[in-house]
Ligand binder design. Structure first.
Ligand SMILES: C[S@@+](CC[C@H](N)C(=O)[O-])C[C@H]1O[C@@H](n2cnc3c(N)ncnc32)[C@H](O)[C@@H]1O
Length: 257
């Protein structure tokens, strides 16, 4: 019987799967995002809004139906249900997110969280507004503290991946290239085409997590996970400056070979 040229019928002719670590290194060096991912603005009502109950933070001004955070622009707009209550409902819009347009397998490299690498050793003072601060990712590497500042709108996708602390499909790990750390997302389970790429932002009490989940699921884990998190940006902290006073380290990335 003719095999029709199908790789499915002849496994030896299938393209070998790239080692995920090498795949990550290749994309870091080429400074490109992987094919098979796309940016989507999450704007429909179908599960894209979360409803949070939260005490009224100091940065909120206004009364009753027009409460609005003076510093935040990430969808932090809410309506007071009761003047006497310390609680208010907020409707959070996720904004942009990253979706897989092809399937990914458990273990695959998915994306790099690109940005400026800042170190506590560097002395320049950076200040961020509340929106920019949501793109700062703190992590430890070789016993030192670093931060990836992804606040610049650079068209990269890693900075647009949203938080999911119960059933994330990716986990952040550090990958060293040319002696410098890079933050990369790897799939911790199979990801279907059409699924949103997510990871756990860390242990902060993020306001959008206040929604009720009826079916908690245990999160699978990988070794060598990075001990890291986005900087906490609770409404009451939204004008706090970044603790990082670092110079930009921008010359570590290799040119595409
Ligand atoms: C690093 S940015 C992610 C990209 C962002 N969605 C955007 O459009 O720029 C982090 C911000 O996304 C939003 N976000 C992330 N995960 C979310 C979630 N699960 N629910 C609601 N908003 C989320 C919050 O506004 C958060 O401050």
């Amino acid at each position: 019987m003719a095999d029709g040229g199908s790789n499915l019928k002849n496994p030896s002719r299938r393209k070998p799967r790239l080692n995920p670590q090498h795949d990550a290194e290749k994309h870091i060096q080429c400074k490109t995002d992987k094919a098979g991912l796309r940016e989507v603005f999450v704007s429909s009502y179908k599960g894209q809004f979360s409803i949070s109950i939260y005490s009224i933070p100091a940065c909120i001004s206004g009364v009753q139906s027009e409460l609005q955070c003076s510093g935040c622009t990430t969808g932090l707009v809410g309506t007071s249900l009761s003047l006497t209550s310390l609680f208010v409902f907020f409707f959070f819009l996720k904004g942009r997110g990253v979706f897989a347009s092809v399937p990914f397998s458990k273990g695959d490299f998915v994306l790099e969280y690109k940005g400026k690498l800042l170190s506590l050793d560097n002395s320049a003072t950076n200040t961020y507004n509340s929106t920019e601060a949501t793109f700062l990712f703190d992590f430890q590497w070789k016993g030192k503290y670093f931060c990836i500042d992804a606040s610049l709108e650079d068209q990269s996708l890693g900075r647009l991946v949203n938080d999911e602390h119960i059933i994330p499909n990716c986990k952040m790990r550090t990958i060293a290239v040319n002696g410098m750390p890079h933050l990369c997302l790897f799939a911790i389970r199979d990801i279907m085409a059409g699924e949103e790429v997510t990871y756990n932002y860390g242990d902060s009490d993020w306001p959008w997590r206040k929604q009720v989940h009826s079916c908690p699921v245990t999160t699978p884990s990988l070794d060598e996970d990075v001990d890291s998190s986005h900087q906490s940006l609770l409404p009451s902290e939204c004008v706090e400056p970044s603790p990082y006073n670092g110079n930009t380290v921008s010359d570590f990335a290799s040119k595409c070979m």
